[in-house]
Design a protein around this ligand. Structure first.
Ligand code: NAD
Ligand code: ZN
Length: 351
């Protein structure tokens, strides 16, 4: 449980002292840059500095915390700092943060001077079990999530449990939504264990299992032509809710909260269209509502949500596409859903 192999890079668990030092001391890189946000520079950077024996040959780039930073403006800010610091093509960008830092940093690195190497040191549960694995990088435009991006693999990922000690409970629960999703789409026995676990304090074993599931899927289908789409369960409606909430709520939903609500709607659609047994649907709904409660969706938002879904990058030929469960632990890709079906699933959630 110390290391697994991904597409063409290793994922290390709780062994940053050895492996990060080895990686950096290989002599492959001319310069090192660490990208943080305002929280990870306080909570996580000192830990990494200490593990690297307080060496001082790193330049720091800091962005504001939160999804609002996952934009082209912040990306330009990173590119400009890399230029000011004279970064060359043998530079390494170290993304130290949650999914916003890993997505944005990965995108900035994959495009700077046609691509420099980067590694991820994910510091939220969500980025450890999901965002840092698989090579998706990206930014948002207006309310469209990840609409611009690349598939570029990091050179290594370092997952450290220690970072979770400063992570707010709400963010731990947010990451847990992706772990629950991994069970629902690929491993019923993992789902059964998660259901009865302390979801506010995930163990190393549970984190490891989640990474193994995600890694297996992305390794089979790195560029999302087929099987990888199962990871999108809950995300068609979830992304629309997340975007909507970012635009309209003073305290917007986290990614995981939005995906949990999306999974309830898409469990309903799974029952309607993909044969998910009623008992499985009820179990999913009860579990997710028990953990995340209910986000109030008023009927007046349905049109706006539908308009966001119409622009989802997973759509084909203008049709809205969902990955749906056939049973707990099994997922079917490419299910076209009509506006009425999507609207009914939102009504079901709200009811
Ligand atoms: P985030 O990066 O915004 O982090 C959440 C909050 O936690 C931020 O305020 C951050 O500063 C703070 N934080 C981070 N680490 C901390 C620590 N150790 N202690 C205290 N505070 C800490 O959000 P996230 O939930 O990690 O990631 C969400 C993003 O990930 C979304 O943009 C989503 O689209 C993306 N994502 C990408 C993939 C992918 O495959 N690339 C998969 C899932 C999600
Ligand atoms: Zn997600």
């Amino acid at each position: 449980m110390n290391q697994i192999q991904s597409i063409n890079y290793p994922i290390y668990f709780n062994s940053v002292t050895t492996h990060l030092n080895n990686f950096i001391n290989e002599g492959k890189y001319s310069r090192f840059f660490i990208l943080t946000d305002e929280h990870t520079s306080t909570h996580c950077l000192p830990y990494i500095r200490e593990k690297l024996n307080n060496r001082d040959d790193f330049d720091l780039i800091e962005i504001n915390a939160g999804e609002e930073s996952k934009t082209i403006d912040f990306c330009i800010g990173i590119w400009k700092m890399l230029i000011d610091f004279d970064a060359d093509r043998s530079s390494l960008l170290i993304n130290l943060g949650g999914g916003v830092v890993t997505d944005l940093g990965g995108f900035a690195a994959s495009t700077f001077k046609r691509g420099i190497d980067f590694i991820h040191i994910p510091t939220t549960l969500l980025s450890q079990v999901d965002a840092s694995v698989g090579g998706k990088t990206g930014i948002d435009i207006d309310n469209l999530k990840n609409i611009i991006g690349t598939f570029t693999q990091p050179k290594a990922v370092f997952i450290e449990h220690a970072f979770l000690s400063t992570l707010p409970a709400r963010q731990v629960k947010s990451g847990m939504a992706e772990m629950l999703k991994h069970g629902l789409i690929a491993d019923a026995s993992y789902w059964n264990v998660l259901k009865i676990s302390d979801l506010e304090n995930p163990t190393d074993q549970l984190i490891y299992q989640s990474v193994v599931i995600k890694n297996k899927v992305v390794t089979e289908d790195p560029s999302e032509r087929g099987i990888r789409k199962i990871l999108n369960f809950g995300h068609t409606i979830g992304h629309a809710l997340e975007s909507y909430s970012l635009d309209n709520d003073s305290n917007p939903l986290t990614h995981g909260e939005a995906i949990a609500a999306g999974m309830i709607c898409e469990a309903y659609l799974s029952h309607l269209k993909a044969g998910l047994p009623a008992g499985d649907m009820q179990e999913i709904v009860d579990t997710l509502l028990g953990v995340y409660g209910k986000y109030p969706i008023h009927e007046s938002c349905y049109t706006a949500l539908n308009a966001i879904m119409k622009k989802d990058k997973k759509n084909q030929g203008g049709k809205i596409n969902c990955s749906l469960l056939t049973k707990i632990g099994e997922c079917r890709i490419d299910n076209i859903c009509t506006d009425d079906e999507l609207c009914d699933s939102l009504k079901y959630y709200a009811s």
